[in-house]
Design a protein around this ligand. Sequence first.
Ligand code: NAD
Ligand code: MG
Length: 394
Amino acid sequence: MKGLCILGATGSIGVSTLDVISRHPDKYKVVALTANTNIDALFKQCQQYRPQYAVVVNEEKAVSFKQKLDESGLNDITVLVGAQALQQVASLDQVESVMAAIVGAAGLLPTLAAAKAGKTVLLANKEALVMSGDIFMQAVAESGAHLLPIDSEHNAIFQCMPGGYETGTRAKQARRILLTASGGPFRATPIADLEHVTPEQAVAHPKWDMGRKISVDSATMMNKGLELIEACLLFNMSPEDIQVVIHKQSIIHSMVDYVDGSVLAQMGNPDMRTPIAHAMAWPERFDSGVEPLNIFEVKQMDFEQPDLQRFPCLRLACEAVNAGGIMPTILNAANEIAVDAFLNEMIRFTDIPKIIEKTMAEFSPDIADSLDIILQADADARQVSSALVEANCN
Ligand code: NAD
Ligand code: MG
């Protein structure tokens, strides 16, 4: 039995992960579950999975959470409080695998702690990798951790790589990656209408059921921009070797183009339990609960070039990865601030790329060779973007 820690257990990926392992109680033992504020969901998960540890980041919520556990006689579960505890549970000796499923920069330090401790890191939290780049990959290489992608595209690419492939290395015979994208809810909306888009429209993704932040990122296609950077790091490729392809049916989850002309694709229904089960069973396979793909219902598959005018966030991500240094960190921080402001109805949908572009213009792509530099760049960019949001509101 492998010990599992789920960082961000109450989110969309966390819930799907628990669904997958409930089918395999002989394979995984839940050691630790973490949540930010959603203590009701965490409490139910504790009742069902009986972890050794439960972490609540929000201190006020933690007080009522402990009370709830005590009243229900679940006092064998150790409750830890605060952000620091995330790093602690991610590096426990009895934890073998860590599902990194916190959203945004808040996941960086605990995911990095798991990598440094040599755990098998199941990486959903793409922002952590985008912001820390080479430092994260170096931590993985030095500790001998296994890094397995959960993001459906990167998991697909990993599955299409040669046998024995390890993330962080370059598969020499792989010429190109074809990174697929659904195009989100506004793939065909008239560009002039985009400024009136509401948060509820933006989070209603046509193919995937996800958390609010990544749903907005999919609508702006910043998600694909972050994934492009993620793919460069995971597969040791340069951005020119990665082609973004709009494939609205979301049946092919990405492809690898080899030097002999073979193009390998991974297909399946759009359900995150497939990549989760793949990574959790790796190098074997087990049941995920996902319906088998009915190829006759698919009928047709379309492929289009992305339109950078419609999706300026994708252009900005390309600029950030080409600039290198701290620029991906700046891009990510500005995006988190802008998306949050949009979800709180402080700015318009079309202001998101404007805030990011203006923030990026305030920074030069300094070398990002230490964690301190990255954390400082993240903090500085958040300050600049927050001021831009404020100015936009006045
Ligand atoms: P979500 O919003 O549903 O869940 C986020 C989780 O993170 C929750 O458990 C929450 O408690 C926790 N969290 C939020 N802020 C925190 C903080 N400050 N400190 C500690 N914990 C905090 O998000 P999600 O859709 O599950 O996405 C999680 C990650 O996985 C994201 O990085 C996303 O890009 C990535 N991802 C998600 C999907 C998907 O289908 N949902 C697909 C690919 C990649
Ligand atoms: Mg994805």
